[in-house]
Design a protein around this ligand. Structure first.
Ligand code: AMP
Length: 435
């Protein structure tokens, strides 16, 4: 089979790495890819993965590429192309593609849609309201004493959520989005949610339109600095499983969140093929959904795909065809930890083009993998090319050892200005870990 992966981050490197191990893949392409992706070889025939410099949002060029190379299956990594309707575009051109169509991708691309869907279908979430008028929005925020999350409706490069601690902050956030249009048309509508306290975890489920299988739990670390301080980022590290929901609690989540979600999709004629990734707050009164994403998390994909024992092609094909019900998800009982190395200054401004050293030495550590994110090859030298640069990933039966191995990998890699958190998975170590 000839497979094409769309995207260029750590998540896409993890997808490529896992697809390259498939018994079915004879040629693997990635657009646009990165330096790590370009170094992967297929298990079946030792052929190198080929990167093509086409951006993930260039719909016509991507579909021409898929036609030209006779691609049997295209796999979409990031959210933007899904929101733009890449899947619909491919399907109209008779091309086979894995990921939700534009309408189904609204779970992520419209917070107003997602909040309304949860309320219509009885999915536990924060108390919330949807507004276009600042005065009504402020009155609602006032009823929450200002402790709330103010969210721009549309995609805003992951920056459209403002967390407020009091009335003054809430009013300023509402003005910023609705009046001053800080996020442009993405902020024509807003959702205001009550502020929920608890432990945040990531869930993933693979769906085929009728059936959805929950993955084990994972946790991302969004803040830039140790101790969950500093600015919000795309994610500085992850691990799976987490100790914060045991098996019976996860089963309860399936019943209270996933089952009504599937029923709601059927009732509203939403045909979702892909990954549903709810961000969950485990509160004193049970788990509640903060938001939905419609693709693999990054860096959650890195820890999930290093634990997954299924042939990923078979799983994705079943997700496209609506035959997931015949499959069984298989997970290695190991714990997996991913620590992100980022450019100095990230998530604010940073310099690209710094040479990265130590990758060969790091690759010698068993049961580890360095997934590339923002990297490029310049005259045979791997250099930094983005905010998040690498994801040092390690797996072991023992979470503590997995974590130590991920940091061993980090210690062997150097580039000027490299920053990373020292406390990825640290909170989990004091708790018993469940699979
Ligand atoms: P979202 O993109 O909606 O997940 O929001 C980004 C981040 O803001 C989440 O990962 C949470 O850390 C935080 N957040 C969002 N909504 C809430 C809420 N209702 N209560 C507390 N924190 C929230």
């Amino acid at each position: 089979m000839q497979v094409l992966v769309i995207g260029s981050g750590g998540r896409e490197h993890a997808l490529v790495w896992k697809l390259a191990q498939s018994a079915h893949v004879t040629e693997l392409w990635c657009a646009p890819g990165n330096a790590g992706i370009a170094g992967e070889r297929l298990t079946k025939n030792d052929v190198l993965v080929q990167c093509i410099p086409i951006g993930a949002e260039n719909l016509p060029a991507l579909s021409s590429l898929a036609q030209e190379k006779h691609i049997d299956l295209t796999v979409v990594g990031p959210d933007n192309p899904l929101a733009l309707g890449l899947v619909d575009w491919f399907q109209k051109n008779g091309l086979r593609i894995w990921g939700p169509n534009r309408r189904a991708a609204q779970f992520e691309s419209s917070k107003v849609f997602a909040q309304g869907f949860m309320e219509r279908n009885g999915i536990p979430t924060a108390r919330a309201g949807t507004f276009t008028e600042p005065s009504a929005a402020k009155a609602f925020a006032d009823s929450l004493e200002g402790r709330c999350a103010v969210k721009a409706d549309g995609l805003a490069l992951g920056k459209g959520v403002l967390i407020c601690a009091d009335r003054a902050e809430a009013e300023a956030a509402i003005d910023e989005i609705l009046t001053h249009k800080a996020f442009g048309s993405a902020g024509t509508n807003i959702v205001i949610q009550e502020f929920l306290e608890g432990t945040e975890i990531s869930l993933h489920a693979i769906c085929d339109g009728k059936t959805a299988f929950l993955f084990p739990t994972s946790q991302d670390h969004k803040r830039a600095l140790d101790g969950d301080r500093g600015l919000n980022t795309g994610g500085m590290g992850s691990y799976s499983p987490t100790p914060f929901l045991d098996k019976s609690e996860l089963e309860a989540v399936r019943k209270s969140i996933l089952d009504p979600w599937i029923k709601g999709c059927a009732a509203e004629a939403i045909d979702f093929h892909g990954i549903l990734y709810p961000g969950l707050m485990v509160t004193k009164s049970g788990p509640k959904v903060l938001e939905f994403n419609a693709r693999f998390g990054d860096p959650e994909a890195q820890v999930y795909l290093t634990r997954m024992e299924n042939d990923l092609v078979e799983l994705l094909e079943a997700s496209v065809d609506g035959t997931l019900g015949r499959m069984e998800l298989k997970w290695s009982p190991v714990a997996s930890v991913c620590v992100v190395m980022a450019s100095g200054g990230y998530p604010e401004s940073y310099v690209k083009g710094k040479p990265i050293r130590g990758l060969v030495e790091a690759a010698r550590i068993p049961n580890t993998k360095v997934f590339h994110a923002g990297t490029a090859l310049v005259s045979d030298q791997v250099v930094t090319n983005g905010g998040r640069v690498l994801g040092a990933t390690a797996w072991n039966e023992d979470l503590n050892r997995a974590r130590a191995a991920a940091y061993d990998v980090i210690d062997r890699i150097q580039f000027e200005g490299a920053q990373f958190r020292r406390d990825i998975a640290a909170r989990a170590l004091s708790q018993r870990c469940h699979t």
